[in-house]
Design a protein around this ligand. Structure first.
Ligand code: PLP
Length: 355
């Protein structure tokens, strides 16, 4: 059935082994961010069978579903107060920056007779989750007094909201912060989690301060790509996911709609059209309900994705060497957000390639 996402599991495993090896050489621990698989177990099971020791998920439902897997499980989205019981039950560790949440985790852990591990998040410039230095100090002070919470370390997240890259300066800032907190509280943190895939090159080049000993990586491992700078990693595979769709209509049509134009399309965006005359267009059976159409790139480079709606992607196939017909399959490369969309959509079939 189409649409279908084909997954090259062997390539994903090879990438994972290579990145884990590189991290080991540089004395940092790798936690693989598996959230992009959206609870599709065969891949996560294979990663665990092939040596992955820690997986990171942002949805607690996925960790619940993976509970029988023998792997350390991190919740990397800060827990919501409505899910505290599940967080304590199904994650080994969560990232946190709010006192009220940590207190709730402690109360719940007491009930479940468990110790819940936390990494406290410091805001290093990307402006998503994380406390500033003063708040972090308060969080440590409070957390170390809680009977069922163990503060495992300090973490930062970069390159997600503000597209801030790791640098000598911000890594130094993290190092100095950790040293100050360790001295002040007379503790040694086990984990200093310094970021994600955008740190790949600094790790490889040995430019990460020694105290930073942990990274959570998704895209670098799973797509062989460094996000924010969109740089393929030379010794890793990039062709790990291909989306196949089927053509449901092929017709010649004008390139500019006719009639009285409203202000916005069905997704609230102002449409723009370039008049290229009559063009051959194909509709394929995937749409914005499944995937962002900016995240798909046709393998036939003579096809342009014009746009679409919930259920269709509209393609200009005029310049293609192939004479596309209804029923033909059009394949696409996906970026990280495309993989996330396709894996999350129940309308997209998942298939592991055997080669
Ligand atoms: C907290 C956190 N850590 C790590 C990651 C992994 O990011 P990347 O895929 O860029 O390695 C993400 C995003 O998925 C995240 O939200």
């Amino acid at each position: 059935m189409y649409p279908k996402i084909e997954i090259n599991l062997n390539h994903i495993i090879e990438n994972t082994k290579k990145v884990a090896e590189m991290c080991k050489e540089k004395n940092v621990t790798l936690a693989v961010v598996t959230k992009v698989f959206a609870d599709y177990k065969p891949i996560v099971e294979a990663l665990v069978e092939n040596g992955v020791k820690c997986i990171c998920e942002s949805r607690i439902q996925n960790l619940k579903s993976y509970q029988s897997l023998k792997v350390e499980k991190w919740l990397i989205r800060e827990p919501a107060l409505c899910e505290i019981a599940e967080v304590v039950a199904y994650s080994d560790l969560s990232l946190n920056s709010e006192k009220i949440t940590i207190q709730a985790l402690n109360e719940e852990a007491k009930k479940q007779n468990k110790i819940h591990n936390i990494v406290l998040m410091y805001e290093l410039g990307d402006l998503r989750e994380g406390a500033d230095k003063e708040e972090l100090r308060e969080l440590i002070k409070e957390s170390v007094t809680l009977s069922h919470i163990k503060v495992k370390g300090i973490g930062v997240n970069l390159s997600c909201y503000g597209a801030i890259m790791p640098s000598r300066e911000n890594m130094q800032e993290l190092k100095e912060l950790v040293e100050e907190m360790e001295k002040e509280f007379n503790i040694t943190f086990d984990i200093i989690s310094g970021g994600n895939s955008t740190s790949y090159e600094m790790i490889k080049q040995g430019k990460i301060p020694k105290i930073i000993n942990h990274f959570r990586m998704g895209e670098a491992v799973l797509l062989g790509n460094i996000p924010c700078i969109e740089k393929p990693i030379s010794d890793l595979h990039q062709d790990n996911f291909i989306l196949s769709t089927q053509i449901v209509e092929v017709k010649e049509k004008p390139s500019v709609p006719r009639g009285i134009c409203g202000e916005v399309d069905s997704f609230g965006e102002a449409p723009k059209f370039e008049d290229k005359g009559i063009r051959k267009r194909a509709l394929v059976n995937i749409g914005k309900q499944d995937i962002s159409l900016n995240s798909i790139k046709p393998l036939d480079t003579n096809i342009t994705v014009l746009g679409g709606s919930s259920d269709y992607a509209i393609l200009d196939v005029t310049d293609s060497n192939q004479n596309y017909q209804v029923g033909d399959i059009v394949k696409f490369e996906l970026n990280y957000s495309g993989v996330l969309g396709a894996m999350s959509s129940k309308y997209v079939e998942k298939e592991i390639r055997k080669d």
